[in-house]
Design a protein around this ligand. Structure first.
Ligand SMILES: Nc1ncnc2c1ncn2[C@@H]1O[C@H](COP(=O)(O)OP(=O)(O)OP(=O)(O)O)[C@@H](O)[C@H]1O
Length: 323
């Protein structure tokens, strides 16, 4: 049963391309994921991790070869007619006919929805109001992306799927899309987003999952995903030290490059306190002292570098539940 609190629930989801085990490829290998209503959830992963394959299953565009998925309590593939009017999909390539104008394209899509937004409102939301009469084939790459987004929004979706929504956008257009996504979320829209821009996930996501080889290998809030990674302290010593064991920090990994010291620790507060006490006692100035938690990028790279994760049942945090 899907709770009314859950917009999306996937359990043991599998997708195999090709019909035989010998020649096929399993891109999604038993994935569990829960997205709450009103939440913005980001699905991250390296190229080929299985994000798009997973999104297509959740969107009802393909049938799983194993496991189950529900969107708003229904099977998105078998009950597509019931679910389609309640979701909005922004694909990586919209592929709309090039000879239609922007407004004609949107009018066509509005006709498939029971309660569409006015075309002018959708154009305004994505900053294409002045391109309404332009043919789709004449749009720039970034403008096409914004048209894809307008099409996804035209039916006032309860659940919005955004597959790399800001790829190809300039920084100003990206910031505008982020603002729009925040407003949609504030108005109660559930959003499932894939992105390669980790700052996009950091900016927008309530929770996120990192996929690798068809599985979720880490999930939670940004802070929770980062918490597993060591923090970093850097500074310059006044002179190159004689011995790397100079610093009495048993909990930490200390690296030297000339006068530059980099300390990696899972106990940032304790290590920093010990370091500052040592510097005080030794009367050493720690020039350019910088202490910071791992970034999402560091966490992502560390997770991506791990050897292949084991069978689905052994993977951590597969439910997408907060750890
Ligand atoms: N139609 C297909 N037939 C066979 N293999 C496929 C097919 N579509 C995708 N794959 C494979 O499935 C794996 C997952 O692809 P998918 O597009 O889901 O990954 P992704 O995480 O979205 O990647 P990217 O970030 O590059 O978009 C890849 O190894 C890909 O080559």
């Amino acid at each position: 049963m899907t709770s009314p609190l859950h917009a999306i629930r996937a359990s043991g989801l599998r997708r195999r391309y090709g019909s035989t085990a010998a020649h096929g490829f399993e891109a999604v290998r038993g994935l569990d994921l829960t997205v709450r209503r009103g939440e913005l959830f980001a699905l991250l992963g390296t190229n080929g991790a299985g994000k798009t394959s997973t999104m297509e299953l959740i969107e009802g565009l393909a049938q799983p070869t194993g496991g189950t998925v529900t969107v708003l309590g229904r099977d998105p593939y078998r009950e597509r007619a019931a679910i389609r009017p309640r979701i909005g999909i922004m694909l990586q390539e919209g592929g709309f006919p090039g000879d239609l104008t922007v407004a004609e394209t949107l009018r066509g899509w509005a006709g498939t929805s029971t309660t569409p937004r006015p075309v002018a409102e959708a154009l305004d939301l994505v900053g294409l109001a002045d391109r309404a009469a332009v043919r789709v084939k004449q749009l720039s790459g970034g403008e096409k992306r914004r048209l894809d987004l307008a099409v996804a929004l035209i039916g006032r979706p309860e659940v919005l799927f955004l597959d790399e929504p800001t790829t190809g956008l300039d920084p100003q257009a990206r910031a505008a899309v982020w603002q729009l996504v925040r407003e949609l979320r504030a108005a109660g829209t559930t959003v499932l987003l894939t992105t390669h821009y980790l700052e996009e996930a950091e900016e927008l996501a309530d929770r996120l999952a990192i996929m690798q080889r068809g599985l979720v290998v880490a999930s939670g809030t940004v802070a929770e995903v980062i918490a597993d990674q060591p923090a970093r302290i850097t500074f310059d010593l006044p002179a190159q030290p004689d011995s790397p064991t100079l610093l009495p920090l048993p909990e930490a990994e200390v690296g030297f490059a000339g006068r530059r010291v980099t300390i990696r620790t899972r106990q940032l507060q304790r290590t920093l306190t010990e370091l500052l006490c040592w510097a005080e006692q030794q009367q050493v100035e720690l020039a350019g002292l910088d202490a910071r938690s791992a970034s999402l990028e560091e966490a992502f790279l560390a997770i991506a570098a791990e050897p292949e994760h084991a069978a689905p049942a052994e993977s951590p945090a597969l439910t997408g539940a907060v750890r």
